[in-house]
Write a protein that binds this ligand. Structure first.
Ligand code: HEC
Ligand code: HEC
Ligand code: HEC
Ligand code: HEC
Ligand code: HEC
Ligand code: HEC
Length: 479
């Protein structure tokens, strides 16, 4: 009706219009429909410009000077981007997240809130995606947050963000992220390398984990998989380790940190954050106690180290660790190849070291006395580290299901001495072995004994066999 009366008012040219009218009507209504949809779209998915206008309004609120206020409100919208050649990234997140480095925005709503706790990782040098994930170049919320098909790296949920710290800080402890240290420890002691390669070392029964943190696996998937592999990956040959939730989370953190991305020299210059705990680890690893004492506990070859940080400056101590000969000509103290942060860590441990620490560090020394014992201890470590434990169990008990292998299980290693000589066992470890089939027409069993000759030295294998022999149970015990 409305349209007809409008046309009626416009008498001239009515005849020509008459023919075109349905077409014009169609075009106009299509146009208004498009505009309507665009308006709804705008309302539900505001553009980055809308966010910037809101931000300027927020900034203008507290501005007493009218001229400045008008200037703030009239700021032309523009894309903000952080170029990170060292990280091979361009992050435009700050196009919307405008207040990240403005402390006055600490109570502002997202996406404008000040980012507390970034420490030295300022936005201008680190961007956002290296820790959070997401799609750096995108300027639409959904795309930027990466919740779109074909984007492997969506925003990590807040409970997993700190896993990313391990992408750069690869050794020692990361303050506030104990999960990474624990995950790394579990990986090296539970035998994961028996089936998985990491940075070139390990078996091939499971997937290579060197870039697991850059794969399509979500944190939730990984965590569920650690709690029960065959529940999320039907028929998986990966054992259920009966991990607790905390352990599964720690391993998930560690996995997410594995990307093998090239971080550039600046970012990888601090692989290690110096901490007293890591310094203590180094002190143990380097056997400093063999020559030094702390508060009278330990060896007397070198000076007592209690309060040594009060007697010497940090620079002096650092130099002593780099080059003892220079500090004390003719010194018997070995030169250690320690990087800057490792030396800082050692010194920060020495600043707090007590005689009790020395006693705890000495304790294992009392047990390892003979060369045989030393070999057994080393063998035990190799057994865990190279992944034997992953298939044979940390207690050598075996029992992991291996369908269609004779016996149906990975064998226990507790009774080797009943069937083999040490040399025969060395040969099995060196060359590996396919288990004989239960049913010759059935499928190949998923698990086999890998060959270790390209991974382990003769010395490593010898030590492992000494360890195995130290665990052998007499035949009667097994009945
Ligand atoms: C177009 C604007 C826009 C861009 C671009 C943008 N964000 Fe956001 N972001 C938002 C808004 C709005 C929120 C508030 C909550 C929501 O809508 O998810 C938010 C929330 C967040 C949160 C908190 C979400 C949560 O789960 O608690 C994080 C983390 C975040 N953004 C990171 C990023 C990163 C990283 C980038 C760059 C890859 C980015 N954002 C790019 C608008 C944006
Ligand atoms: C060094 C790593 C790191 C960098 C770089 C980083 N963040 Fe964060 N961000 C974190 C951590 C850790 C948290 C806290 C997560 C938690 O425990 O809730 C966080 C929290 C947030 C939150 C709040 C999330 C919430 O749910 O409360 C937002 C939003 C956010 N970051 C956005 C950004 C943006 C945008 C950038 C880039 C300017 C950025 N972050 C850079 C590590 C980082
Ligand atoms: C992109 C690599 C990268 C990521 C990811 C990263 N860091 Fe850092 N971190 C660095 C660099 C580089 C420095 C040294 C910064 C400087 O001094 O300019 C540093 C310094 C530190 C320091 C201070 C060390 C010192 O010597 O005082 C701490 C603590 C720290 N990072 C913790 C974390 C935490 C926690 C996370 C995760 C939320 C994290 N880092 C994520 C690269 C990274
Ligand atoms: C007996 C061999 C075996 C051992 C030991 C083992 N895994 Fe696995 N793992 C597998 C196999 C086979 C798969 C592939 C099937 C599946 O997804 O479960 C797998 C899959 C995985 C995946 C998923 C990879 C992906 O993205 O598809 C991760 C992560 C993983 N393992 C981590 C570990 C960790 C960490 C340990 C040590 C705690 C471990 N595995 C011990 C055999 C093993
Ligand atoms: C991927 C799983 C897997 C890993 C990892 C593994 N084994 Fe095995 N191992 C097996 C299987 C399966 C057999 C049984 C082979 C057969 O029946 O011939 C076996 C057999 C053996 C045997 C002979 C046992 C017997 O009773 O015949 C010894 C010894 C042995 N493994 C030691 C080791 C050592 C040491 C390591 C670590 C360096 C190791 N295994 C790592 C799966 C594994
Ligand atoms: C082989 C014996 C030996 C070992 C091992 C050794 N040191 Fe020393 N260290 C000495 C001797 C001897 C001195 C006395 C000065 C000299 O001759 O260099 C000394 C001096 C020092 C000093 C200076 C103390 C002072 O009061 O002047 C420090 C600090 C120190 N060592 C730390 C360490 C640390 C940390 C380790 C382990 C990474 C270590 N040392 C390993 C023999 C050793």
């Amino acid at each position: 009706m409305g349209i007809r009366s409008t046309v009626g008012a416009c008498r001239s040219g009515a005849r020509i219009m008459g023919k075109r009218l349905p077409q014009i009507f169609f075009v106009l209504s299509t146009l208004s429909l498009v505009l309507l949809i665009a308006a709804i779209w705008q309302a539900t998915r505001p553009s980055w410009k809308t966010y910037q206008r809101h931000y300027f309004q927020l900034e203008a609120v507290g501005e007493p000077n009218a001229v400045t206020k008008a200037a703030v409100l009239a700021t032309p919208p523009e894309i903000h981007q952080i170029l990170l050649p060292g990280l091979h990234r361009v992050d435009r997140c700050t196009t919307c997240h405008l207040g990240v480095d403005d402390p006055t925005m600490k109570n502002a709503p997202e996406p404008f809130r000040y980012h507390a706790g970034l420490g030295p990782h300022v936005a201008s040098k680190f961007g956002c995606t290296i820790c959070h994930g997401g799609q750096g170049l995108a300027t639409d919320v959904k795309d930027a947050h990466g919740n779109v098909p074909f984007w492997n790296d969506p925003l990590l949920s807040p409970e997993y963000v700190r896993a990313s710290c391990g992408r750069c800080h690869k050794e020692g402890d990361v303050p506030g992220v104990p999960e990474l240290t624990e995950g790394r420890r579990l990986f090296e002691t539970e035998g994961c390398r028996g089936c998985h390669k990491l940075n070139g070392v390990g078996g091939s029964i499971g997937p290579d984990l060197t870039e697991e943190g850059a794969s399509h696996r979500s944190p939730e998937w990984l965590e569920q998989h650690f709690l029960n592999p065959s529940k999320v990956s039907a028929g998986s040959a990966m054992p259920n380790f009966q991990f607790t939730r905390e352990q599964a989370r720690s391993l998930t953190y560690y996995m997410l940190s594995l990307t093998s991305a090239d971080m550039g020299s600046y970012y990888s210059s601090v692989r290690l954050i110096p901490s007293p705990a890591y310094g203590r680890e180094l002190f143990v690893q380097k056997d400093c106690i063999v020559c030094h004492s702390i508060g009278g506990v330990g060896s007397k070859t070198g000076p007592d180290l209690l309060d040594v940080t009060k007697r010497h400056s940090l620079e002096w101590l650092d130099e002593q660790l780099v080059n003892p000969q220079l500090v004390y000509p003719g010194s018997t103290m070995p030169e250690y190849d320690l990087d800057t942060n490792s030396r800082k860590a050692l010194v920060s441990f020495l600043a707090t070291a007590t005689p009790q620490d020395a006693e705890a560090i000495m304790a294992p020394h009392k047990n390892v006395i003979t060369p045989e014992d030393a070999a057994i201890a080393a063998g035990k470590q190799n057994f865990a580290r190279f992944g034997c434990a992953g298939c044979h169990g940390t207690e050598l008990q075996g029992g992991l299901a291996n369908p269609n292998a004779q016996g149906g299980q990975v064998p226990s290693l507790l009774h080797l001495s009943d069937d083999y000589t040490k040399d025969e066992v060395i040969a099995v470890i060196r060359d590996g072995r396919q288990p004989p089939l239960d049913n010759v027409h059935g499928p190949t069993p998923p698990l086999y004994m890998p060959s270790w000759k390209s991974v382990l030295s003769n010395e490593d294998i010898h030590e492992i066999v000494e360890f195995l022999w130290s665990k052998q149970q007499k035949a009667k015990d097994s009945w």
